[in-house]
Design a protein around this ligand. Structure first.
Ligand SMILES: Nc1nc2c(ncn2[C@@H]2O[C@H](COP(=O)(O)OP(=O)(O)OP(=O)(O)O)[C@@H](O)[C@H]2O)c(=O)[nH]1
Ligand SMILES: [Mg+2]
Length: 364
């Protein structure tokens, strides 16, 4: 390796170019001197509680980091914020690509900030490690909300597994609440398991739809219908109004066939237009009715407690799983065991048993 290839620090970044020693040393000293000190966890907590957006963003970045030092610090910050969280409504929004989620959140979010609410928008999108977050690309579609000082928009934690992204979002919710945001909107794309994950971290789950070619229920997953506290048919404007109203009837009929929810809440179907803003205030009224009814029955707090337990168990499961698959012995043995199982050389159960024994032998 030539001297120029030995990259010892961030200032030796360009392979093949060796910076003059003197300039370099001076530059390093200067940069180190100017480098802003990372705030301590108590400084971050203090900043978040004061509603300081820079502190909030930094705290979320910490929560999203996989660096072990950061993980410990993030835990301190989240724990410090926890007693000040919880005073909020957490709303999950899902719908297939193109249904109008971003446009809806822009309109709905702005409506809420005009009511005096403080709105934080987060996203769960495990595919965002490739596309760098659906919300980020979307900031153009949320022009008004982005500039709104009572709104905070954070793109999805780019990420590893759905479990990882979901955990980070959960903790970000706590930080946003501690910073004074009373309405938390969690967006997710209507594909895969991310809806279930979002459903288990929100109080109210809203399914966004558009009217189709007549058979509205086709292709809609039963599980999603069951999770929904409201189905909102978007783009009910112009020529679409009639079709949207028909879709509303059809969804209403279908929902009545479902067994009652544990919350005793009868899901509502409404229409709206994120463009003309028609129907937006009704959606907020529905959510307020829901909060009132479930708070009175005790369901609201009970559900949050259950969700807390659920996420504890999820985190344990996730960590155990990662730990297992990251063991060098398991990595070395997994593929050949898969092949052996495929070729009927060993039963799936016996192969799993062998790998687990290997794992427990090494971790004991
Ligand atoms: N006419 C009409 N168009 C709408 C409405 N809401 C959204 N749109 C349009 O529908 C298109 C998709 O809207 P988005 O808000 O990007 O949809 P999305 O669900 O966020 O899409 P993804 O981010 O790809 O999942 C855009 O061209 C919007 O202008 C509405 O209420 N009425
Ligand atoms: Mg979008």
């Amino acid at each position: 390796m030539s001297a120029s290839e030995k990259r010892s620090g961030s200032l030796h970044e360009k392979a093949g170019i060796s910076p003059p020693e003197i300039t370099n040393v001076t530059a390093i000293r200067q940069i180190k001197k100017n480098r802003r000190q990372q705030p301590s966890s108590s400084e971050l907590i203090e900043g978040v509680l004061l509603g300081n957006i820079t502190a909030l963003s930094r705290a979320i970045t910490l929560v999203e980091s996989t660096n072990q030092e950061h993980v410990a610090k993030a835990n301190e910050v989240v724990n410090g914020c926890l007693p000040h969280a919880n005073r909020s409504i957490r709303i999950g929004i899902t719908g297939v690509p193109g249904v109008g989620k971003s446009t809806f959140i822009e309109t709905f979010g702005s409506y809420l900030t005009h009511l005096g609410k403080k709105v934080a928008v987060l996203a769960v999108d495990p595919s965002s490690s490739i596309s760098h977050g659906s919300i980020l690309g979307d900031k153009t579609r949320m022009e008004e909300l982005v500039k709104d000082e009572n709104a905070f928009i954070r793109p999805s934690a780019s990420g590893d597994t759905l479990g990882g992204v979901a955990r980070k979002t959960r903790e970000s919710i706590i930080l946003c609440e501690a910073a004074g945001f009373d309405t938390i909107v969690i967006e997710t794309v209507g594909v895969g398991q991310s809806e279930t994950a979002v459903h288990s971290m929100v109080d109210f789950f809203l399914l966004l739809k558009i009217s189709g070619a007549g058979d509205e229920l086709q292709g809609i997953k039963r599980g999603i219908m069951e999770m929904a506290d409201a189905i909102v048919i978007n783009k009910a404007d112009g020529d679409n109004i009639k079709k949207a109203n028909q879709a509303k009837l059809e969804f209403n009929r279908a929902l009545h066939l479902f067994p009652p929810k544990k919350s005793n809440w009868q899901p509502k179907v409404t229409t709206c237009s994120a463009v003309t803003k028609d129907g937006i205030s009704e959606i907020w009224n529905t959510i307020s009715d829901y909060t009132e009814a479930t708070t009175a029955s005790g369901f609201f707090q009970e559900r949050r407690k259950e969700q807390n337990q659920f996420w504890m168990m999820e985190t344990i499961n996730e960590q155990l799983r990662l730990n297992f698959y990251n063991q060098p012995e398991i990595i070395a043995q997994l593929e050949q065991n898969k092949k052996a199982v495929q070729n009927d050389e060993i039963s799936p159960f016996a192969a799993a048993q062998n790998l687990l024994e290997l794992y427990f032998r090494d971790t004991k």
